[in-house]
Ligand binder design. Structure first.
Ligand SMILES: [Zn+2]
Length: 386
């Protein structure tokens, strides 16, 4: 039984029309999905934020109480601000076999395929359940999925396997790096810039800290390699910086942001410790000789676990079979797969669309990608039936 992409296209148009930029509420979209599922006799459960402005949605098709397979995706999209689009980003438009719209590729195309398959899933005599797990706030550090993962095995069933449908052109991604981000705030003391010895220059000490980070970066390149990745090492970079108040004042404030994207198995806190030791030994004593209030504050603001598919779970051979592929890939961007796996639910990444179209102006997904995804889901349903 194959499913034509017509229903998926219609559903994708509905989903794209909700402006679920991460800064906005995703509740209207969640309410739409809830009523769509209810229309097919399927109850869903929300995992809301404390203020109720956003929610994840979890629903089960088939028998309750046994592991089963979860189909997971995020409902939020990146902003269109500053991008020049040829069409309205929140109106799906089709041209030359491509469907244009914000989130069409990342990753409402996958959500639409899952929803389009619901009537099919319902008809099957599923021996194990298929779960739908839609999250929010993936694009702002994979934060929204965490409360839902915390409920797996508690108020929600723990799936035996989780398919994360981020765009891979339906190839099988079995590993990704894990990003960690820090904010470093350096506080100095003001002085007339003609008398710098009465002040503490926050920008100068921020530069010293950044110098240490650059040395770490050099060490990382020389470190362990994992040829599955491009680049094959753990990367480190300074991503943001701001400091100073005027051209004739020794600068008091300077902050900068830095990140690493660690290979699976890499311990990011090793570098956190190295930077803290450098600050404590090489910077602070000197700064405080002039100004006791001088300070360096290093805060890890976000961490997503790196991911390698769990070999014991059997998820890799199964996904290769369902996707009709014979090799797995590793990617440098991150997904919710690492978090699911950390939460005790073996995960894999496989979804329609190409990552190159994600986050761009004129984002699109090919209709052919939706067809491939529907065929994958159809084979998954057969597997769950057998
Ligand atoms: Zn995504």
């Amino acid at each position: 039984m194959s499913v034509s992409p017509g229903t998926a296209k219609e559903l994708l148009a509905r989903l794209v029309a909700f402006d679920t930029t991460s800064a906005n509420s995703n509740i209207p979209l969640i309410a739409f999905v809830e009523s769509y599922l209810a229309g097919h006799g399927i109850a869903s459960q929300r995992v809301p934020t404390p203020d109720g402005a956003k929610a994840s949605l979890f629903a089960t098709i088939g028998p309750a109480g046994v592991g089963g397979f979860a189909l997971s995706g995020h409902t939020d999209v990146v902003p269109v601000r500053g991008q020049t689009w040829d069409t309205d980003p929140f109106t799906l438009s089709e041209r030359d076999g491509k469907l244009y719209g914000r989130g069409s590729c990342d990753m409402k195309g996958f959500l639409a395929c899952v929803l389009a398959m619901v009537p099919q899933f319902k008809q099957r005599r599923l021996k194990v359940p298929l779960h739908i797990a839609f999250s929010y706030d993936e694009e702002v550090g994979c934060t929204g999925v965490r409360p839902m993962i915390a409920e797996l095995g508690r108020t929600l069933p723990r799936p035996r396997m989780v398919f994360v449908g981020e765009p891979t052109e339906m190839s099988v991604v079995s590993a990704h790096k894990g990003p960690v981000r820090w904010r470093v705030e350096v506080t100095g003391r003001a002085a007339h810039s003609s008398m710098p010895h009465y002040g503490v220059n926050a920008i100068a000490y921020a530069s010293a800290l950044i110098g240490e980070l650059l040395r770490m970066e050099t060490d990382l390149k020389a470190d362990a390699e994992d040829r599955r990745f491009d680049p094959p090492w753990t990367t480190l970079q300074v991503t943001q910086i701001e400091g100073g108040t005027a051209s004739n004042i020794v600068p008091v404030p300077c902050w900068f942001g830095w990140e690493i994207r660690g290979l699976p198995g890499f311990d990011p806190m090793r570098l956190d410790a190295r930077l803290r030791a450098f600050a404590a030994e090489k910077c602070l004593p000197e700064m405080r000789r002039v100004a006791e209030e001088a300070n360096i504050d290093i805060t890890a603001i976000n961490r997503v676990a790196a991911f390698t598919a769990d070999a014991a779970s059997g998820i890799v051979p199964l996904t290769l079979k369902l996707a009709e592929q014979n090799a797995t890939f590793a990617v440098s961007y991150c997904t919710e797969a690492g978090l699911f796996q950390e939460g005790g639910a073996p995960a894999i990444v496989c979804g329609p669309g190409h990552i190159a179209q994600a986050h761009t102006a004129n984002e699109f997904i090919r209709v052919a990608e939706l067809e491939k995804c529907l065929a994958f889901l159809d084979r998954l349903a057969s597997w769950a039936e057998a």
